[in-house]
Design a protein around this ligand. Structure first.
Ligand code: ZN
Ligand code: ZN
Length: 351
């Protein structure tokens, strides 16, 4: 028997427990540690029984509680090396040089160059001021570009990054706080290559790359005791390798992110709309329906629609779109449809 319990799904946080009778894996940790523990309690999943955390990609809605949860439960994190690197970079923002430090640096450079007493650093104080401002601005731009934004969020500002870090600190055990454990510390890391197969306990995992604007994003098929569960969210389109990977699944969780019209007319800035619609963004209800109607082999007892946008979709629209696609295929007997939610866990699906 295999079990899939969606704890949360959507652009504000994603996390799902995938379990065999012997092994339990948490796929993504996109809520705070506290909220994840709360959701597990509601869903009847025991956190102490988790064997590992597996990460799809480094967007905030998939890793928000990762460090704190892994440290608290002392379990290994399975992640690709590029995703890990991006996550570390996200939690370790570059320090911006202060104006005073910059002036001191310039003075030291000038002293060295002239080997004599320096008067004005070769520029007026006003010039120095404006150069320093420009430098600070540039540094900030560099730091900003380097940061990884969360899904669908226009930007992750420094302030929000700090609040994330502060929250993470809050949730850590007092001893951890006293010892100043780095936010990026994980009890154990197991790197895997995107596209490779590996095992956690008795669950065989096939990873596959997905088209999405992250460092090294992955979807997965989990297999144990002859049951296969496929999970693919956060993908701009259903690529050939994804279609192949999702064959012969008994349970299928697939993104149905947005309604195209709602997205076009919705509140997001144009650049974000373009990003969501792009081939490295998210699957629309239409795209998901097309896959279900034309490419999907129809073998799943349950199809779970996931990562629904709260701003640009309605559960009813996603459901109708998928139902119509499946209804066109009279040969499908199973295929019970479920909609994963952002605010509450979904009842466990047992296969
Ligand atoms: Zn996401
Ligand atoms: Zn994402």
């Amino acid at each position: 028997m295999m079990r899939m319990t969606v704890l949360a799904s959507g652009s504000k946080g994603n996390s799902t427990v995938v379990a065999s009778s012997r092994t339990r894996i948490l796929l993504d940790a996109g809520l705070s540690c506290r909220e994840l523990l709360k959701r597990m309690a509601v869903a009847g999943e025991d956190p102490a029984q988790l064997d590992a955390i597996l990460i799809t990609h480094e967007h905030q809605d998939h890793v928000h509680g990762l460090g704190v949860l892994a440290r608290r439960l002392r379990i290994p994190v399975f992640i690709t090396e590029p995703t890990h690197r991006a996550w570390v970079r996200m939690l370790t923002p570059r320090t911006t040089i202060t104006y005073t430090q910059w002036l001191e640096q310039r003075k030291a450079e000038n002293d060295k160059a002239t080997a004599g007493p320096s008067t004005t650093l070769g520029m007026t104080s006003e010039e120095a001021d404006s150069s320093a401002t420009a430098l600070l601005r540039n540094d900030k731009v560099v730091a900003g570009n380097d940061k990884v934004v969360g899904d669908e969020s226009p930007d992750l500002t420094e302030a929000s990054l700090e609040s994330v870090s502060a929250e993470a600190e809050d949730e850590d055990a007092p001893t951890e706080k006293a010892a100043k454990t780095p936010l990026t510390h994980l009890p154990a890391i197991e790197f895997f290559r995107a596209g490779s197969n590996f095992s956690i306990g008795d669950i065989a995992i096939s990873s596959f790359t997905i088209p999405h604007d992250a460092a090294d994003p992955c979807g997965f098929v989990f297999e144990a005791e002859g049951i296969r569960i496929g999970i693919a969210t956060d993908l701009g389109y259903v690529s050939t390798n994804v279609k192949q990977a999702l064959r012969r699944c008994d349970g299928l969780m697939l993104e149905s992110n947005h309604d195209l019209e709602m997205l076009r007319d919705g509140p997001y800035p144009w650049a974000v709309k373009q990003r969501v619609m792009s081939r490295v963004g998210h699957l629309s209800n239409n795209a998901t329906a097309n896959f279900l109607a034309d490419e999907y082999d129809g073998g799943a007892a349950y199809v779970v629609l996931a990562h629904l946008s709260e701003s640009n979709n309605l559960p009813a629209l996603a459901r109708v779109s998928a139902e119509q696609a499946l209804a066109e295929r009279m040969n499908l007997l199973g295929n019970q449809l479920r909609l994963a939610e952002q605010s509450a866990p979904l009842e466990a699906i047992c296969l």
